[in-house]
Design a binder for this molecule. Structure first.
Ligand code: ATR
Length: 271
C-alpha cells in the first residue's frame, strides 16, 4: 500500500489518521496514513526523509503550512493565493507539488453539510494570521455580498484585505460596533488560551451564524460566545477538517470519499 502522513508540531491529537483510515476503508484504496512530529529546526529535512522512504503525500498542519509553501516551487493557484500549503503531492517522477484544501474544506462544510448559501450574505472573518489567510481566497470565491476581516492588530487586517482586493474590508474589533453580519468565522488562535476575541455585542444579524475553525470535545469558547449573542447556529471546525482531508485524498488517489459518514463517526466518538 502507499504511505501518507500528517506532519505538525504538536501532532499527537491529530484526527487526520483516523479520517484517512475511514476514507481508505470506504473507497477500498490501499492507503496507510501516519503522523509525524515535525522538527521545528528542520522541516525540509523531515519532508525529504519521508519522500526518500517512498512516501506519496503529506498533510501539513500548524506550524509548518507557510514553511511548506516556501519549500515547494510547484504550487497550485489556490495554494499560491493562500500563501500556505496543507497538502503535498509526490508526483510519479518524485517531484513535489503543493496545494491547499483548507479553504474549500471550510466552504464545503458550510454549504454542503449545513446548507449555508453564501449569496447575499455579509461575512466577518476574525484573525489575520496564517489560518485566516489560508481560507480567505475560498471565501471570496464563494461569492458573499460582503466580506470584512477584523483583527486584534488592525493593520494586519487592513493589509490582508487590501491584498485580497475587490470588496474586502479590514479593521480592528472596536470599529465593528454597530455593524451586522450573517456569518462570523473565527480564524484567530484565541481559543487555544480559552479566550474569545473582544468583540462588541450585537454583531450578529437575526438568524446569524458563527463558525469556529477549531473544534473540541466540548463547545469551543467562540461557539459559546456565539450562543450568548443569539446565534441561530454555532458550528465548530470538525466538518472543515474532514472536508479538507477528503479533498487531499482526492488529489492523491483520484477518488472523492463521502464525508458525511466520517463526520458522523467522529461526532459519535465524542469529537
Ligand atoms: P494561525 O496560523 O493560527 O493563524 P498566527 O498566524 O500566529 O496563527 O495568527 C494568530 C491570529 O490569532 C492573529 O490574527 C492574532 O491576532 P494578532 O495579529 O493581533 O496577533 C489572533 N489572536 C491570537 N490570540 C488572540 C486573542 N487572545 N484575541 C484576539 N486575537 C488573537
Amino acid at each position: 500500500s502507499d504511505h501518507y502522513a500528517v506532519i505538525g508540531n504538536p501532532i499527537g491529537h491529530s484526527k487526520s489518521p483516523q479520517i484517512h483510515a475511514a476514507f481508505a476503508r470506504q473507497t477500498g484504496e490501499r492507503v496507510e496514513y501516519g503522523r509525524i512530529l515535525g522538527s521545528l529546526e528542520d522541516f525540509p529535512g523531515d519532508v525529504r526523509a519521508f519522500v526518500a522512504d517512498g512516501g506519496r503525500g503529506l498533510n501539513v498542519t500548524v506550524p509548518f503550512k507557510q514553511e511548506a509553501w516556501a519549500l515547494l516551487a510547484d504550487r497550485s493557484d489556490r495554494a499560491e493565493a493562500a500563501g500556505a500549503v496543507n497538502t503535498i503531492i509526490v508526483l510519479d517522477d518524485g517531484r513535489l507539488r503543493g496545494d491547499n484544501t483548507d479553504g474549500i474544506g471550510l466552504v464545503r462544510d458550510l454549504r454542503d453539510h449545513h446548507g449555508f448559501d453564501f449569496a447575499g450574505k455579509r461575512l466577518l472573518l476574525l484573525g489575520a494570521g496564517g489560518a485566516a489567510r489560508g481560507v480567505l481566497p475560498a471565501l471570496v470565491d464563494a461569492g458573499p455580498a460582503a466580506l470584512t476581516i477584523a483583527n486584534r492588530t488592525p493593520t494586519k487586517a487592513v493589509d490582508l484585505a487590501a491584498a485580497a482586493g475587490g470588496e474586502v474590508g479590514g479593521c480592528g474589533f472596536e470599529a465593528l460596533a454597530g455593524r451586522r453580519f450573517d456569518l462570523i468565522i473565527n480564524a484567530t488562535s484565541s481559543g487555544l488560551g480559552g479566550d474569545v476575541p473582544p468583540l462588541p455585542d450585537g454583531l450578529l444579524a437575526a438568524d446569524g451564524w458563527v463558525y469556529d475553525m477549531v473544534y473540541g470535545d466540548v463547545p469551543t469558547p467562540f461557539c459559546r460566545w456565539g450562543r450568548g449573542q443569539g446565534a441561530a447556529r454555532a458550528l465548530d471546525g470538525l466538518g472543515m477538517l474532514v472536508e479538507q482531508a477528503a479533498e487531499s485524498f482526492r488529489l492523491w488517489r483520484g477518488v472523492r470519499p463521502q464525508t458525511a459518514p466520517v463526520i458522523a463517526m467522529l461526532r459519535g466518538d465524542g469529537a
